[in-house]
Design a protein around this ligand. Structure first.
Ligand code: AMP
Ligand code: ZN
Length: 332
């Protein structure tokens, strides 16, 4: 096989584009896909301070590498989830990458900074492990970006991730989620802009990119994710892709171009600050603070009330606020 651009010996085949590339031309191809994504949706401006959420996996490290290569001011954010060896190794890999590029890495640790880890939350709370993990990531990414004065948070969601999410949302017609499925979520009061610059790059391509750039990344999946539905949607799409290359891209990119605007996003004007942490929420307390209080068995009082009343106040617990698991739990 010959490279489509320069006719040298090819090292990567991209069936969806019916093309093969040599190493330099493949790296160029991926950079162009990202440049195009950024330009099409105005994801990142040259003067922006970008916070790249890096899990230690191939996608987010490839993204950080790409944004630095493209000349953006991009720092990393690593969130320690406390998932045993998997998290320990992920943190090491993220730190090593930051050192090798002379880039700054912001670190947040769920256990150290918020008093619980993901496995504990999965066991004690009412949400599934993956749900509480996703909730914690969204919360911490936004808060870290706000506190660090960043303009935008970038995540490593790739074409396969986004297509699988879209399939899941479509199968259940979760139109409110579909409305918010976009490579760009603009900033709103209390929310930093969120972008997914790899949405046009497949998982195979990000893996090849990371490999060819010599990026050391954690290969294994999260040990808690085994059998999760997202993974099954990915497998189903890969089966279709095998016999009809390009299906995944048509599904996702066609949706974004032609259908996404048909779904109206929920009105977020009714949000107000969480009484506990200040992050925007439709209720008194944000979902993260509710989940955290439930896991820790703590009363969910506003910070100011607790300062006045002291930690040992005799509060009445409301099941609808705390969730049933916390009622009768380790309440001081
Ligand atoms: P996931 O939720 O595991 O599918 O990951 C989606 C994206 O979230 C990744 O591409 C990263 O950008 C980001 N991410 C996932 N886990 C972490 C983590 N522990 N710390 C920082 N960012 C993460
Ligand atoms: Zn809160």
């Amino acid at each position: 096989m010959r490279c489509r651009r320069c006719r040298a010996a090819a090292v990567v085949e991209v069936r969806r584009h019916n093309a093969a590339f040599c190493r330099p031309c493949f790296l160029h191809h991926v950079r162009e896909q990202v440049r195009r994504a950024i330009a099409l949706h105005d994801l990142i401006r040259p003067e922006d301070r970008v916070l790249v959420a890096v899990s230690g996996g191939k996608d987010s490290l490839a993204l950080w590498d790409l944004l630095l290569e493209l000349g953006y001011r991009a720092d990393g954010l690593y969130l320690g989830l406390g998932i045993g060896d998997y998290s320990a190794r992920s943190g090491q890999v993220a730190r090593a990458f930051a050192r090798s590029r002379g880039a700054a890495l912001v670190e947040v640790d769920l256990a150290r900074d918020y008093g619980f880890d993901v496995p504990t939350a999965g066991r004690r709370g009412s949400r599934s492990t993956c749900a509480v993990c996703g909730l914690s990531k969204r919360y911490v990414f936004n808060r870290a970006a706000l506190e660090g004065g960043y303009d935008v948070i970038a995540t490593g969601h790739n074409l396969d991730d986004e297509a699988a999410t879209l399939l899941g949302n479509t199968l259940r017609w979760q139109t409110e989620y579909m409305a918010r499925q976009s490579p760009l979520l603009p900033a709103e009061p209390g929310f930093v802009r969120k972008v997914k610059p790899l949405y046009r790059v497949s998982e195979l391509e990000t893996a090849a990119y990371a490999f060819l750039r010599g990026i050391d990344y954690v290969v294994e999946e999260c040990p808690l994710v085994a059998g999760n539905t997202q993974l099954r949607y990915k497998q189903a799409l890969n089966q279709l892709e095998q016999t009809s290359p390009g299906t995944k891209a048509q599904f996702l990119l066609g949706y974004l171009e032609r259908a996404a605007t048909l779904f109206a996003a929920e009105d977020r004007s009714q949000l107000r600050p969480c009484e506990r942490c200040g992050q925007p929420t439709p209720g008194r307390f944000c979902a993260f603070c509710r989940a955290r209080a439930q896991v820790l068995g703590e009363p969910l009082a506003p910070v100011s009330d607790r300062e006045i009343a002291g930690e040992s106040s005799e509060e009445v617990l409301a099941a609808e606020v705390y969730g049933p698991a916390a009622v009768g739990g380790r309440h001081p």
